[in-house]
Design a protein around this ligand. Structure first.
Ligand code: TRP
Length: 472
């Protein structure tokens, strides 16, 4: 039915605040809680964090507005939305490649994202078990040394079948909500889980602040050492900014497609970006004191949240309860993002092949489960498999890390470069002026960022990130 694609009958967010909650839910997720502290830890702390904030303000925010405005104008799945903007601007419909790449990238992210979602479920189980075995007053291993705890815990990362099973459960929950639709499923998740998430985050941050290592954390996160700002660190910070804001992979074009005409996109974009950045910083302030206080290493990379932190909880008073609440909170944030990730390719399939929503979502989820299982097993059974090992940046990396690096360091920046050129140079000026909700000097500044700063900075960072030796 052709009508179902028109703005009039398509499913929409039920209100402006529903859109904001869902978009903040999409942005705030494992990217803020797991990936941001891990990347900051692996890339030297302060220099990474400050460059990350600059990327959010000068590149992320203008691109976020560009994506939502393409989506809102197009009122369709991402590639079709780009084609509609192109056709209104008498430009080539082939610009839809920027969204096509995005749909593929969102699918790749979804597949490893749900692996991490599975780790979250696993630890929810571990802490529930701890409460049953040792009550709520203590951590399961309170008073024992980090090494002793390490020896006691079963290692999730060695357990392939457990990881794949948990991955399946997390993906199935995601699938359930996406199959129910935009206003009847995705919105419901955001409506309940985002407020609960914020309350838990603030509570746990306060708890961590009393743990003692707060000033050490502030030093670590905000001391700027310019010599640490190398090309790869800049690219990592940029990739993190895009990952965290759900940019460069057609995510915000897709969500923008369900936004009504009356919503001011500039204002909502600013709210989304601020909330997301605030949560990333709070997550850092919440995690590192706990890690420092337990005397554990910060440079643990991806293991920070799923190996280091659980041990820290298990050594603290009330650690089992706080640990449980912590991972429930992470699970809420993860789910509001995984539904967004699944929605991107699902919306595309509905639009492209006219398959009904539940079936489209099932097909995408089945594909993501297949890749996800391979990603999960790359930590154990398949640890010797280095799929893109012949490319220097992926040398020695397993499938999980390749999926993550490929999307954050290639797909996202390239998608963003194309978006900036498309919106800044190709799309019709009147259309853009009408959609973006900006006036006067702010409008000109935004246009300057999208036309000049974003493409140039993105190309520059991509080059120094991939070829760090180039300017030595
Ligand atoms: N922003 C999400 C997070 O921080 C992850 C993410 C990346 C995403 N790209 C996306 C979510 C696209 C939805 C759509 O966890």
């Amino acid at each position: 039915m052709a009508l179902s694609q028109s703005g009039a009958t398509r499913d929409h967010w039920s209100s402006r605040s529903a859109f904001i909650l869902a978009a903040v839910g999409s942005a705030v997720g494992l990217g803020n809680l797991w990936r941001f502290p891990a990347e900051a830890g692996a890339n030297g702390g302060g220099a990474f964090v400050l460059f990350y904030i600059a990327c959010v303000l000068l590149i992320g925010l203008p691109i976020l507005l560009s994506e939502t405005l393409i989506g809102r104008h197009g009122q369709s799945a991402a590639p079709e939305s780009v084609r509609r903007v192109a056709s209104a601007s008498r430009a080539s419909p082939r610009w839809d490649i920027l969204a096509g790449m995005g749909v593929l990238a969102a699918f790749l992210i979804l597949s490893f994202y749900c692996v991490v979602g599975g780790w979250v479920l696993y630890y929810i189980g571990v802490f529930i078990g701890d409460i049953f075995t040792s009550g709520i007053a203590g951590g399961a291993f309170e008073g024992q040394s980090a090494e002793a705890v390490e020896a006691l815990l079963p290692d999730l990362f060695a357990n392939g079948p457990m990881m794949v099973g948990m991955n399946f459960v997390f993906l199935a929950v995601t699938l359930y909500f996406v199959a129910r639709g935009v206003s009847g499923g995705i919105e419901i998740v955001a409506n309940y889980m985002m407020p609960a998430f914020f309350i838990l985050l603030v509570a746990i941050t306060i708890y961590g602040a009393f743990g003692g290592a707060f000033t050490q954390t502030l030093d670590y996160l905000f001391t700027f050492e310019p010599e640490k700002l190398t090309g790869p660190v800049m690219l990592a910070a940029l990739g993190q900014a895009f990952f965290s804001l759900s940019l460069g992979v057609a995510g915000m074009i897709t969500y923008g497609g369900y936004v009504g005409r009356n919503v001011n996109l500039a204002g909502t974009s600013a709210i989304i970006a601020s909330a997301d950045t605030l949560v990333a910083l709070l997550a850092g302030l919440c995690l590192f004191p706990i890690v420092f206080a337990a005397g554990l290493a910060v440079g643990a990379g991806p293991g920070l949240m799923f190996q280091t932190l659980p041990h820290a909880f298990q050594e603290m008073p009330f650690g089992s309860v706080v640990g449980l609440l912590f991972f429930v909170m992470v699970g809420f944030a993860a789910l509001t993002s995984s539904v967004a990730l699944l929605e991107v390719p699902t919306a595309w399939m509905i639009d492209r092949f006219r398959i009904v929503r539940p079936l489209s979502a099932i097909i995408v989820a089945a594909g993501a489960m297949t890749l996800g299982a391979l990603a999960a097993l790359s930590f154990n059974v398949l640890s010797d498999w280095h799929p893109l090992g012949f490319i220097p940046v992926f040398e020695g990396q397993g499938f999980f890390d390749v999926l993550d690096g490929l999307t954050a360091k290639f797909f996202m920046p390239i998608g963003a470069i194309l978006t900036a050129i498309f919106v800044g140079w190709v799309a019709d000026r009147k259309l853009i002026d009408m959609e973006n909700g900006l006036g006067g000097a702010l409008h000109l500044f935004w246009l300057f960022l999208v036309r000049f700063l974003c493409p140039i900075a993105l190309v520059g960072i991509l080059v120094v990130g991939i070829f760090p030796g180039l300017f030595d």
